[in-house]
Design a binder for this molecule. Structure first.
Ligand code: NAP
Length: 302
């Protein structure tokens, strides 16, 4: 199937382009970008021109930040194209629901991707936890925003979500592996004096589930989730690529890598005429913004 990538920025170049090049399902037939290009691939500056001139392209993969993404998704659906959304699937829950409704009415597939759910040991963790009672769980997601988002001011703008931009990856894993759903009880958001979005967040959910998200981690980076049960302590590390049970490495590795698996799934959804739009991780983020106590901290510059 032919596909167009829109928004040729960091994640498009790092993950989407190589995953598509290696995929047996997809041909990267065009890009749409205000500035970026992919060597050897026809490039469009205007999205309407791409949609009008390339009826051979049935699938649009949107790699833009969340705020501008809705408008592109709407135009793609109205033009009868299937749509794949980078995470988070939108800047608000309402626009995600609207897109889901539009896609259903237009008879096209829409896929809200959560790349961290495709990390190597997430499926193994989910299957080990199935049916168990969780007594405690804790997320530690501490990374250096300067290293992973150099100069990307949009992450701190309204709709950019601040530290929830990576934190939602942890929440996407949590909502995938926990045997029973939890909801947020309280949150503390640390917002730099010169920014709109938080740079740190402490979250407390029901069932003894907590999260520590921080974007000021200069040394070793931590992307860990611990889940305690009567059977023992499960720990996912490295963003879900490593799993231990009571300190001993365990679990089958899912083959293929995060983005190749997302594209394989999109091929299946389009082939089956289905959609997938799980908004549980975004719901937790929305709750944190609604319920969170805001604490002003030192200004932040890249
Ligand atoms: P980015 O490099 O800052 O932006 C991606 C591209 O979006 C830009 O190069 C630009 O493309 C386009 N764009 C930005 N603002 C726009 C606007 N207002 N209107 C139209 N186009 C605009 O961001 P990114 O890091 O790739 O992140 C994009 C999405 O991927 C985010 O939702 C992020 O959460 C997700 N993601 C990022 C990472 C990561 O490591 N960075 C990892 C996983 C997922 P053109 O200049 O080509 O038009």
């Amino acid at each position: 199937m032919k596909l167009a990538l829109v928004g040729i920025g960091k994640i498009a170049q790092d993950q989407h382009v190589p995953s598509l090049a290696a995929s047996p399902d997809w041909e990267l037939a065009a890009t749409c970008s205000r500035a970026g290009e992919v060597a050897g691939v026809p490039s469009y500056r205007g999205f309407d021109a791409l949609l009008a001139e390339r009826e051979d392209i049935k699938v649009i993969s949107l790699c833009l930040p969340p705020v501008p993404r809705f408008d592109y998704a709407q135009r793609a659906i109205e033009a009868g194209r299937h749509v794949m959304l980078e995470k988070p699937p939108g800047a608000t829950l309402s626009e995600c629901h609207a897109l889901e409704d539009m896609a259903r009415e237009a008879g096209v597939s829409i896929y809200a991707t959560w790349h961290s759910r495709e990390a190597g040991k997430v499926a193994a963790a989910k299957s080990w936890l199935a049916g168990q009672k969780v007594s405690r769980a804790h997320i530690t997601w501490r990374e250096d925003v300067r290293r992973w988002h150099p100069g990307q001011d949009w992450v701190f703008d309204p709709g950019g979500m601040g530290v929830f931009d990576p934190g939602i990856n942890a929440l996407s894993i949590l909502t995938e592996i926990l045997p029973s759903p939890v909801h947020l009880k309280s949150a503390r958001l640390e917002v730099p004096a010169n920014r709109q979005g938080p740079i740190g967040a402490d979250l407390t959910f029901t069932d003894n589930v907590t999260a520590d998200l921080d974007w000021r981690q200069a040394g070793p980076q931590s992307w860990d989730i611990e889940v305690e049960t009567a059977r023992g302590l499960l720990k996912l590390s490295d963003g879900g690529d490593t799993m231990t049970l009571d300190g001993v490495e365990a679990g089958e590795v899912s083959e293929g890598g995060e983005y190749p698996r997302l594209y394989a799934k999109m091929a299946l959804l389009v082939g089956a005429g289905k959609s997938e739009m799980d908004l549980a991780p975004l719901r937790h983020v929305a709750d944190a913004f609604m319920l969170g106590e805001r604490v002003i901290v030192d200004p932040f510059e890249f």
